[in-house]
Structure formats: structure tokens, C-alpha cells
Design a protein around this ligand. Structure first.
Ligand code: HSE
Length: 437
């Protein structure tokens, strides 16, 4: 039998345990593909006494992560702890020795990826990061390699499983936001700090990586406009549904006219659109290439086993190339490093989209006229409008509408003027709408 490829794991959490399970359960299939066995020989975890749902036999365990990162006895280091430090130091230590690294760490790549890839080049070692975006969906490979012949102008989709799970549970089960989040945590979908999920930061990390490999730009997390799902109410979900839409949390990276838009926010999607049908922890990424046309990927976006599938795919890829050099490898970000170009990012205020607005108003004559005339003055047309009569005559009415495409700036002005009208009872609820035409 050929010598096994030895993997050192840093982190024995949900994903680390999944990797050990998958490598053991599928050992034959993996070794048949690779031509030699792939085994975890060493693993580091903070708490070695915790019970784990995998077989740790044959693995040298340590609480010293540096010992794994710097070990001369491992061929590939898999960093599965998340966060920027100590992950950056550990990954850097491995790369400095020329040891390739596989990471599921989107925060590390979004924030410090330019440094990581520079260090990878200096150490002539590969960095695999399929698991950092959309769990088990091989989106990095598709964009970076499968679509290498295209000019990509859009990558958009549902890239946070926890948000999608929460929004689905709220709509289908009438579950509260808090209960749905607790369930997502219990199922191992949420980040260690779940505010990263619900505030949109995790999706922004992933969008940063996608934009970089799609458009050939350095990783630019600070350029992403980020909004989470904490302000999405059960009422918005119901009203959107009555208008024929679903509310999804999307990451959108668009390129046009030499500029890019990078944004993460709740979005109304027409109910017949593909993305509207992606429920639970599932993710979906739509990519538009000028040669390929639209491509849609769909699958489990979080969870130990799905993410482990992506980690193992990277381990196999890297193991195949061990002994190769940078000249024969796919460049980390899919573009020759010298070709990476910072692209101007359109400020959110200048981006255009349709909007959903919902407001509570006094039930009296002239209300709709007052609202619609503001839109007319600002040259924004209304695509759909719905007024709900109050259950009792003394209650307020609800008005919901969908605008035509307009800049954020113009919508903002309309909202401010509407909120100042005497019959408007509270701040408007405002969510972007994407039709993906
Ligand atoms: N917390 C992430 C999610 C895990 O919910 O999508 C996968 O990156």
C-alpha cells in the first residue's frame, strides 16, 4: 500500500469531528480516488476531555495547536477553529514551513486572506478553502475552475444557513426568532458567536471570498454593506407572502461598468424564483458568467458532515499535488496574483433596486393619495400596493407596497417624507426586492 497522506487537524468541533468521521467512513472511496490513503494522524483541541462523536483511535491528541501547525510529521494542516487569532498565526506557521493548509475559516480569509495568500506564496504551499463558503456546496471549485473561461458579472445567493433556517421556521412553523435561533444552535449550524449569523457578518465574510474569486479582486471585507435579519418581523414575512414574495437573507456581488456592488441584506424574492424555494439550512448560489449563462448551485450550507465534505475535497486536491509547485497549481484566488485588481465599489446609496415598504397608518381618507404623490414627485413608480383594513374600525390600517427600481438615496428620501406625514403611525419597514431578471 502506498504511504498515507498525513493530516494534522486543528479543532475538534462540529466540523473537525465530521472530517474524522468522513475520512474513516469513506476511507476506501477516498483512497481509490487519491491513489493512497488519507488519514488524520494528529489533532489539537482546547478541551481534550470533552466527549466527541467520532473515533479518535490512532490520532495523537494534543491541546497545543502550534505543535500541529509546526509538526514535521504532517503533510497537510486543516485549520478548523474559526476566528482570526490564533488561526492566522497557526496557518502562517504551517505555510512558513511549506505545509499546505485547508481551512473552513471564512472570517480569517475575509479579514486576513490577502496576508494568508501572500504567506502561502512565500512558503510555496497551497491553501484550500472550499469549506469556507456554503458548507458542502463546491462553489469555490465551480467559480474558480469550472468557470475559468468566463467573465463573471454576478454571484448571489443564500449563504448563511442559520438565517435561512430562522426565516423558514418563522414562516412555516410560526416559530419565534429566538426559538428558531436556539434550534439552529442546537443543530450545530450557527457560529460560535451567533450574532455573526443573524447580523449578516458571516454571509459578508463568504461574499467577500466569492467576489474575490469571481471578479479577480483582493479580499475586501470592509467594502461589503451588511444588514442581518434581526429587524425582519413575522408581520413582514406574512405581508410579503400575500404580495407573492418570500423574504430571504441574500449576499449579492454584482459587477457592471467597471464597478462592483457588494451587499448582504434581507431581500424579497418572487415566490416562483429558485431562491424562494430554498428552505431550512440549505444554501443556494447563483452565478452568471458571460459564456456559461446562469448557473445555480444548491445544497447544505452548514453542519458538520456537509462542511466536512468540502474540507475532505480540498485535502484530496492538495494531496494529489503534494510535491507540485505553485506553477502547476490553480492560483489560490483563481487569478494570477499579479492580475488581482482592486475594483471601485459602488456606495450603497447609489445602488439601485426595487423596495418593499410597509407602514401602519390611520384608517382615514386621503392616506393612499398622500403616500403615492410623494412617490410620483420623486419619479418612483409603484409596482404593487396592498392595503389591509384594520380588524376593528378603531385600529390602524397596514399599507404595503413594492416600488420600481430606484437608488437607495431616492427611496430614503421618499421614506423620510412619508414618515413625516401626520397619518403615519410608526417608522416604515423597508426591505430590498430582487427579481433577478
Ligand atoms: N454559521 C454558518 C451558517 C455555518 O449558518 O451558514 C456555515 O458557514
Amino acid at each position: 500500500m502506498k504511504t498515507p497522506v498525513k493530516v494534522g487537524l486543528i479543532g475538534l468541533g462540529t466540523v473537525g469531528q465530521g472530517v474524522i468521521r468522513l475520512l474513516k467512513d469513506n476511507a476506501d472511496a477516498i483512497s481509490a480516488r487519491l491513489g493512497r490513503p488519507l488519514v488524520v494522524t494528529m489533532a489539537a483541541a482546547r478541551d481534550l476531555n470533552r466527549a466527541r462523536d467520532c473515533d479518535l483511535d490512532g490520532i495523537a491528541l494534543t491541546s497545543d495547536a502550534q505543535a500541529v501547525a509546526s509538526s514535521p510529521d504532517v503533510d497537510i494542516v486543516a485549520e478548523l477553529i474559526g476566528g482570526t487569532e490564533p488561526a492566522l498565526s497557526l496557518v502562517s506557521a504551517a505555510l512558513a514551513r511549506g505545509t499546505p493548509v485547508v481551512t473552513a475559516n471564512k472570517a480569517l480569509l475575509a479579514l486576513d486572506g490577502n496576508t494568508v495568500f501572500e504567506r502561502a506564496r512565500a512558503g510555496n504551499a497551497a491553501v484550500g478553502f472550499e469549506a469556507a463558503v456554503a458548507g458542502g456546496i463546491p462553489v469555490i471549485k465551480v467559480v474558480r475552475e469550472g468557470l475559468a473561461g468566463n467573465r463573471i458579472d454576478q454571484v448571489a445567493g443564500i449563504i448563511n444557513g442559520t438565517c435561512n433556517y430562522i426565516l423558514t421556521q418563522m414562516r412555516d412553523q410560526g416559530q419565534s426568532f429566538t426559538d428558531a435561533l436556539a434550534e439552529a444552535q442546537r443543530l450545530g449550524y450557527a457560529e460560535a458567536d451567533p450574532t455573526f449569523d443573524i447580523e449578516g457578518i458571516d454571509a459578508a465574510h463568504k461574499l467577500t471570498i466569492l467576489a474575490s474569486i469571481a471578479f479577480g479582486m483582493p479580499l475586501s471585507f470592509d467594502a461589503v454593506s451588511v444588514q442581518g435579519i434581526t429587524a425582519v418581523s413575522a408581520q413582514d414575512i406574512r405581508v410579503a407572502e400575500a404580495l407573492g414574495y418570500r423574504i430571504k437573507h441574500l449576499g449579492i456581488a454584482k459587477r457592471s461598468g467597471g464597478k462592483v456592488e457588494l451587499r448582504v441584506h434581507p431581500t424579497l424574492v418572487p415566490e416562483q424564483h429558485l431562491l424562494a424555494k430554498v428552505d431550512g439550512v440549505l444554501n443556494s448560489v447563483l452565478i452568471h458568467g458571460n459564456g456559461s449563462g446562469p448557473i445555480g448551485l444548491y445544497g447544505a450550507g452548514a453542519g458538520g458532515d456537509a462542511t466536512a465534505s468540502a474540507v475532505v475535497a480540498d485535502l484530496v486536491d492538495i494531496a494529489r499535488g503534494l510535491g507540485g509547485d505553485a506553477g502547476t497549481r490553480v492560483p489560490d484566488l483563481g487569478f494570477a496574483p499579479a492580475s488581482l485588481t482592486a475594483l471601485p465599489v459602488l456606495p450603497l446609496a447609489e445602488t439601485e433596486s426595487a423596495f418593499y415598504l410597509r407602514l401602519r397608518v390611520a384608517d382615514e381618507p386621503g392616506v393612499l393619495k398622500g403616500i403615492t404623490s410623494i412617490f410620483a414627485e420623486l419619479d418612483i413608480s409603484i409596482e404593487a400596493i396592498q392595503q389591509r383594513e384594520p380588524p376593528r374600525a378603531s385600529d390602524d390600517a397596514t399599507v404595503a407596497l413594492i416600488t420600481s427600481e430606484a437608488s437607495e438615496q431616492r427611496i430614503h428620501e421618499a421614506v423620510q417624507r412619508i414618515e413625516a406625514l401626520p397619518f403615519v403611525r410608526e417608522q416604515l419597514s423597508r426591505i430590498r426586492v430582487e427579481h433577478f431578471n
